[in-house]
Design a protein around this ligand. Sequence first.
Ligand SMILES: [Zn+2]
Length: 51
Amino acid sequence: MASAKDPVCGMTVESDRAAGSAEFEGTTYYFCSGGCRASFVADPRKYIRQR
Ligand SMILES: [Zn+2]
């Protein structure tokens, strides 16, 4: 397992406890909730740009 940062809300999420994940441009992102995942999938670049 590994810690990952939810790019939508900024929360730290354990990859094996994440509510969902999505791959974008070769990187897998993990999310605390289905709502965060849906927001990311709708417009990934909006969230990645903030990193
Ligand atoms: Zn979140």
